[in-house]
Design a protein around this ligand. Sequence first.
Ligand code: SF4
Length: 331
Amino acid sequence: MNIQTAELARAVSQPGKRNSTPQRWIVADVEALFRLPFADLLYRAQQAHRENFDPNAVQLSTLLSIKSGGCTEDCGYCPQSAFHSTGVENREMLDVETVVAAARAAQQSGAGRFCMGAAWREPSDEDMAGVVEMVKAVRGLGMETCATLGMLNDAQTEQLRAAGLDYYNHNLDTAPEFYGDIISTRVYQDRLDTLERVRKAGMHICSGGIVGMGESLAQRAGLITQLANMDPYPESVPINNLVRVEGTPLAQAEELDPLDFVRTIAVARITMPAALVRLSAGRQQMSDAVQALCFLAGANSIFYGERLLTTGNPDVEKDRVLLDKLGMYPM
Ligand code: SF4
């Protein structure tokens, strides 16, 4: 073990709990974590996980697309962008009854959090009126609520807070210096500004990114560094493995080595020890063994249900069997 690695070992053996002075990470140290021998990395991730959570409990979130397709952003990974021809249909916003019925079904299947996702650059006032009703109604079922609606202004943020929204999802996607390769219709600072508004309004933040988009290891470390240095860091951190959808600019991206995905989960766990680290998109393409390694690396949240926004997800029964095999249970 070299000196830097030894220092990292000490640093991560005492992960800071929430509310203590946040640790500032630099990209080089996060990259050094990525380069640790696999067993050392997973051991440290396990330490951080066990100091903060029941390691066998997993938080189950169900995601419903409340409005799909036709988005005016050009995110290179997304089948819902109007810039890409992927066959995803444009669908107007669902009505409140349909959303509540889906939330009730998710709750009966064991989900504790219901996430409502809409393919918008930002919601209009009319959109907001519908979303506010949905948030109130889903909360009325006793579920945690999350929404992902694009960029928000101050008034919209306040409306969501007043409706009782628990979490707002807004991913940083990737490192700042790689962002322009993936998206040209907005800049990194737009993301940070919306997240700042959400935090100021007093809602929890769900923010993560996507790996396997052709980023370098330093850029992957850069994404985690950005997230971990938020003050405080997000309560939920979804880590997505790119789903290469035909018709998107990233359809031919080189597949990420599954062990590099596991490493990303482990580094997220070490640098954000008290966050829920969510094994998100791309799970359908993963074997049970890789998913098990992700849990061992500190993932403790999954999307649960048959579909993500527009791409597939393992079905509920298959997930139940996997969690049973691993002796895991809902948080
Ligand atoms: S990721 Fe979101 S913002 Fe980007 S194109 Fe897709 S729906 Fe629009």
